[in-house]
Design a protein around this ligand. Structure first.
Ligand code: 26W
Length: 823
């Protein structure tokens, strides 16, 4: 019977239409007469989701049957963006569904616009996790993502009077057709309480420690199917946890009539997964965040262990079945939690357990910035997780014992590698715990991986040796970042390469070099760029009211606003250009390459300087775009509320994009890869993965400038007594001080941090070389345009290395020791 009635897969247009109508009428309880775009989006999503679930079930069954090792990618953030378009593309159903939807009276583009972004991440780290999920599924790895189902994702940003204003991002308003709530999967998670000594077994004299939790919440699982690319590809799982109250409730209070108070603790439970912390690269050390981390780690490990126990294998085989990857230090509690489960609950010896922990866990570092390194005050830790703190002390004790044997008397070394920082207050250094408790540590670009060995982990390298540390350069998924974001370019490439195979084997792009002399191809290439620039111009008009001209050079910097990323340098450059234009005659102006500088990005709500940078960009925009003398040559816009779906429109429209961080500060960057893959060139410092991009596509195709990372310390040291501004920057500061861009008081802190507070990000030292690179861009763009297009084509052709498929394969081989499953 089961087989006879098993749900049929969607194969034809008709299958989809039937499911669509069904969902409108039953799942949504609507009819043909009141099916608006929202309902049509929901019904389409449900129909596509059904298809994914069938494959999801098959994939999971096969994985369980084969009993192969599985990877658990632990990430506190997943910046998934929209799901529907991606699912249609990956399953190959986009074209038939587009036709169906149109026959049903809708436009597919309109339906896609109905979907809110899943924005449960801040920036690079969260988007990287999303790209890796796509590659796991596409390459048939048995790999799950684990995260938190925040009810409020990253805030949405409005610009009011030039200032950023934050609004809550409640993305679940119209429910979410892409998630499946697993009411049968709920685990208790405890906090607070105390540690007790109990007999190892009833009646024994030997004692062991156990944790008696003081407050309990439930973790409830929500699953998101993650479809791989290809008609018959696997569907993997992203499991997100949501906090719920337990149903044990305070009867004493209830009976005495205190109804409200009797449910108070329960209501508190839900606050754990309510909101994503909006800090990026800055550790605020808030107790609720540690609570979120433990909640998620405990639930995920519980789930992993439950699955492992079903296999009835001995514990020592755990690392042969399970790989846990820590996406930065946020899930580092996996280490003491797994040790606690094995020792306190499962009765393994400390040493046996520790071997298992270390063999299971791998750690990826995403930043060298001191202020981003997670440290928890012992007081908070002790209160929230008393047993884990003891375990961490023990881990540290055994570790330091081994260090002192190897390096007797080296107290500085001991202090530096210790998990506990003897500061006031004392703190737990999560990065040290992550290195000590895992078998491999990697950075995210070649330069970054070298730097962590020389800086934050220098002493740990001494202890463990360099072989424990390595590199996996980040990658991006060509499905979302080429096919979905830039369908016109994808189509043009497919027409030349004879199909879509390059989307799952990005090195095939190399064949594009054959067409460098093909005039028709190059003119189509240009048409695609113009189309994408026009598309972005419309978005800019809708969101800012400004009209920008697609024939201008589009110069784009989109990323979180941060002093180290140096948006301030970019806007100073824009001001410099404006002042130059103002000072020339109308005739001379005509020699300028018309250009629009486009910015977007969010500032952490508490990040004062970043917010001032946004204000300055907006004030400059206002002056430039309204100046009749210069606006034919130079404009500037700030696009509000940057997110994944906007990135998909913005990135394909660039001629130039800016990756201009102070050398040595940007771990990798991934938008640099997205821009080049979408036929834009880069201006950048030799930082993060830009170094490798230049290596792959040729240095002559990247506009490089600025001090090298190995010289940054020296340059900084030269600021100790005096910061010398180049006259170019001096002129810019004079204009700002002279209220040309509004009240100069607002920008004083920004300028002072450079001229009076030692210019930590060396803007003054890099400014002239930045301007020189900009000059070269103008010259190249304005000159023989064929040369420009050739640069773009050559660059795209050599981007194969930056596919997330390559990155994930390196992790699989070097760190996880897993092979892909056959379909
Ligand atoms: C504790 C607060 C906090 C929050 C987030 C600290 C650090 C983070 C992230 C690790 C910051 C982040 O997203 N880093 C970015 O990771 C990307 C993916 O590897 C890199 O491409 C970026 O260069 C890096 O800034």
């Amino acid at each position: 019977i089961w087989k006879k009635f098993a749900r049929k897969d969607i194969k034809t247009k008709e299958d989809f239409e039937k499911d669509f109508v069904n969902h409108v009428e039953t799942s949504l309880a609507r009819s043909m007469y009141n099916c608006d775009n929202l309902a049509a989006y929901q019904a389409s999503s449900l129909a596509i989701r059904d298809k994914l679930i069938i494959k999801w079930n098959q994939t999971q069954q096969t994985q369980t049957m084969l009993d192969q090792k599985r990877v658990y990618y632990m990430s506190f953030e997943f910046l998934m963006g929209r799901a529907m378009d991606n699912a249609m593309i990956n399953t190959g159903l986009r074209t038939p569904i587009k036709e169906s939807v149109s026959e049903l009276g809708f436009s597919l583009e309109d339906l896609i616009e109905e979907e809110p972004d899943i924005s449960i991440g801040n920036g690079g780290l969260g988007r990287l996790a999303a790209c890796y999920l796509d590659s796991f599924a596409t390459l048939n790895y048995a790999a799950w993502g684990y995260g938190i189902r925040y009810e409020y994702g990253i805030f949405s940003q409005k610009i009011v009077n030039g200032y950023q204003v934050e609004y809550p991002d409640y993305w679940l308003t119209y429910s979410n057709p892409w998630e499946i709530v697993r009411t049968e999967i709920q685990y208790p998670v405890d906090f607070y309480g105390y540690v007790e000594e109990v007999p190892v077994y009833e009646g024994a004299t030997e004692k062991k420690k156990v944790w008696v939790g003081g407050e309990r919440v439930l973790a409830l699982a929500y699953d998101f199917p993650v479809p791989g690319y290809g008609a018959d590809a696997n569907v993997n799982n992203l499991r997100l946890w949501s906090a719920r109250p337990t149903h044990e409730f305070d009867f004493a209070k209830f009976n005495s009539g205190e109804y409200q108070n009797s449910v108070e603790a329960q209501q508190r439970a839900e606050s754990i997964t309510a909101v994503l912390y909006p800090n990026d690269n800055f550790d605020a050390g808030k107790e609720l965040r540690l609570k979120q981390q433990y909640f998620w780690v405990a639930a995920s490990l519980h789930d992993i262990i439950r699955r492992f126990k079903k296999s009835k294998r001995p514990w020592r085989e755990f690392p042969d079945q399970v790989a846990i990857q820590l996406n930065d230090t946020h899930p580092t509690l996996c280490i003491p939690e797994l040790q606690r489960v094995l020792v306190d609950l499962e009765g393994l010896s400390w040493d046996e357990a520790w071997k298992i922990v270390v063999r299971t866990v791998g750690y990826t570092n995403h930043t060298v910035m001191q202020e981003a390194l997670e440290k928890w005050p012992l007081t908070i830790f002790q209160k929230l997780l008393p047993r884990h703190l003891e375990i961490i002390y023990d881990i540290n004790f055994y570790f330091l014992q081994s260090v002192s044997k190897k390096f007797p008397g080296d107290n500085n070394l001991m202090t530096s590698v210790s998990i506990i920082e003897e500061s006031n207050p004392k703190q737990v250094k999560m990065a040290n715990l992550a290195v000590i408790g895992s078998h491999y540590v990697n950075g995210v670009a070649a330069l970054h991986s070298d730097l962590i060995k020389l800086t934050i982990f220098k002493d740990l390298v001494k202890v463990f040796g360099g072989d424990k540390f390595g590199n996996v350069t980040n990658g991006i998924t060509p499905r979302r970042w080429l096919k979905q974001a830039n369908p016109k370019l994808a189509e043009l490439i497919s027409s030349k390469l004879g199909g879509d195979e390059y989307l799952s084997d990005l090195n095939l792009l190399k064949n594009l070099e054959k067409y460098l002399e093909d005039k028709e191809f190059k003119s189509k290439w240009q048409e695609v760029k113009t189309f994408n620039k026009t598309r972005l111009s419309k978005l800019v008009k809708d969101l800012t009211g400004y009209e920008i001209d697609p024939t201008f050079l589009f110069d784009i910097q989109v990323k979180r606003i941060h002093e180290y990323k140096r948006q301030q340098m970019n806007i100073f450059g824009v001001i410099y250009r404006y002042l130059q234009l103002k000072s020339c005659s109308p005739e001379e102006r005509k020699k300028f390459q018309p250009k629009v500088s486009i910015f977007a990005g969010k500032a952490a709500p508490g990040y004062y300087m970043a917010k001032r940078i946004i204000k300055l960009i907006n004030n400059v925009s206002q002056v430039l775009n309204n100046d009749p003398e210069t606006r034919e040559y130079l404009q500037c816009v700030f696009i509000p509320d940057y997110n994944v779906s906007k990135a998909e429109i913005i990135i394909p429209a660039s001629d130039i994009s800016e990756h201009i961080s102070t050398a040595g500060t940007e771990a990798s960057g991934t938008s640099n890869m997205k821009f080049v893959l979408n036929a834009g060139l880069l201006i950048g410092t030799l930082d993060g993965a830009t170094v490798e991009i230049a290596r792959e596509i040729g240095e002559e195709n990247v506009f490089l400038f600025g001090h090298l990372s190995e010289n940054v310390d020296k340059v900084r040291a030269s600021h100790l007594f005096d910061v010398k501004l180049p006259s170019s920057l001096e002129t810019v500061f004079q204009a700002i001080d002279g209220d040309v861009f509004g009240d100069s008081h607002e920008f004083k802190p920004l300028l002072d941090s450079i001229r009076h507070h030692s210019d930590f990000y060396i803007v003054s030292d890099d400014f002239n070389s930045y301007l020189e690179a900009q000059r070269l861009i103008d010259e190249t763009f304005k000159g023989d345009h064929d040369i420009w297009i050739r640069k773009c084509i050559t660059s795209v052709a050599n981007m194969g290395f930056f596919s997330s498929d390559r990155a994930v394969e390196e992790y699989a081989e070097m760190i996880w020791n897993i092979e892909p499953l056959s379909k």
